[in-house]
Design a protein around this ligand. Structure first.
Ligand code: URA
Ligand code: ZN
Length: 384
């Protein structure tokens, strides 16, 4: 980790406030929380890819609950909802400031009537957590995207008035049709207007069939998390680019989770496919004045540094046009250590910190920026 004189900022770090966990406990379809007889912690089951194992684990042929050997999902430990545990995690890893956000799938599954009030109460609980540790915590608010537009817009105004709120966390479903939906433009404009940065985070991955018939019994969560999540982000941002969202809302600023998925690697290919697309050329969309994918990456997009290797991180720095557009993150409470004490250092964190040192040089100005300086500047964070 960085030296103690340098402020480390974690911009990718989640929580589920207790009231949100209660909602998950009351549900019978994903996302849900369920207890199993031989599992000490309740299990958090979020992903479509976990549904096949949920069915096998929960019920026998005669309908009785089994004691499965492989319980689905992941343990819902106190790391997910305890603020004391978040602060302990920060102290353990020398993190000065965390910008916390609700974890996936946010409020996506709530009805139009429920989501407005839930957003208000969840954002209030994030705000209260930040107020307990002034200067150490800020947050990205959750939006009630299943509600009426007016409700979404007023929740942006309300969140922007909360002193520790610096933006919103957003999934890729938007209002149900993805982020290239023109109905989202007033929302993106309102966010830009309020100087709220969008932290774009995946949840839905790719359809289960992509992983093949062996996956659910044999490959754990590797395929949806390592590949599905980054592809989802890549596709969502490329669709926004092709729809002209970044041109329509020039003030929009986004931080992309997981170093932009595969965008740093594929941006050149996206550009070439645009240039060589007969349909786009005929429609007059491939003009000399158009902003390229590279322009958008360098003007409107920041990338987190949650990629676990200097190889990916170097590509991210290049694609972003410089190390000053990258920001360190941990993805806590996901990816806890499985063979060492969860109260000690987490390998998932040290991997990301080491990647920064290897990619841009330990102690360099670039490393200081990625580890904290960039987030402090871009998100206007004031420490203790
Ligand atoms: N990281 C997240 O943020 N969410 C998941 O579901 C898994 C990893
Ligand atoms: Zn995350």
């Amino acid at each position: 980790m960085a030296s103690s004189t340098q402020k480390v900022v974690d911009i990718h770090t989640h929580m589920y406030p207790p009231a949100y966990v209660k909602i998950l406990e009351s549900r019978s379809t994903i996302p849900l929380v369920r207890s199993f007889p031989n599992s000490p912690d309740p299990r958090l089951i979020l992903l479509e890819a976990e549904v096949p194992s949920l069915g096998v684990a929960a019920v026998t042929d005669d309908g009785a609950t089994t004691t499965p050997t492989h319980v689905p999902g992941r343990p819902l430990t106190k790391h997910y909802s305890s603020l004391a545990q978040k602060i302990h995690f920060m102290d353990t890893h020398n993190i000065s400031i965390s910008v916390i956000s609700l974890a996936n799938p946010w409020l996506d599954f709530l009805s139009a009537e429920e989501s407005g009030p839930q957003a208000k109460s969840i954002n209030a609980s994030f705000s209260a957590m930040c107020a307990e540790h002034p200067g150490r915590l800020y947050f990205f608010a959750a939006l009630p995207l299943t509600a009426e537009l007016a409700t979404v817009l007023s929740s942006i105004t309300e969140a922007s008035e909360l002193p520790y709120c610096r933006g919103v966390i957003l999934g890729t479903s938007g209002l149900g049709k993805g982020l290239d939906d023109s109905d989202l433009l007033p929302i993106f404009s309102a966010l830009a207007e309020a100087n709220m940065t969008v932290f774009l985070h995946p949840h839905y991955g790719l359809p289960n069939e992509v992983w093949g018939p062996l996956a659910s019994a044999n490959y754990g969560h590797v395929l949806p998390l390592a590949l599905g999540f980054p592809m989802e982000t890549t596709i969502a941002v490329t669709r926004m680019y092709l729809a002209g969202v970044f041109d329509a809302v020039r003030g929009l600023r986004m931080i992309l989770a997981h170093s932009g998925g595969t965008l740093p690697f594929l941006a050149g290919r996206i550009e070439s496919c645009v240039l060589h697309d007969g349909h786009l050329v005929r429609e007059g969309k491939v003009t000399a004045q158009r902003r390229t994918v590279w322009d958008v990456l360098r003007e409107q997009i920041y990338l987190d540094a949650v990629i676990y290797s200097d190889v990916g991180l170097k590509a991210a720095v290049d694609a972003a046009g410089g190390a000053d557009r990258l920001m360190f993150g941990t993805d806590h409470p996901f990816f806890p250590p499985l063979t060492s004490d969860e109260q000690g250092p987490w390998e998932s964190v040290t991997l990301n910190a080491e990647a920064v040192n290897k990619a841009v040089g330990e102690g360099s100005e670039e490393a200081k920026g990625i580890m904290g300086g960039n987030a402090i500047r871009v998100l206007r964070l004031v420490g203790e």
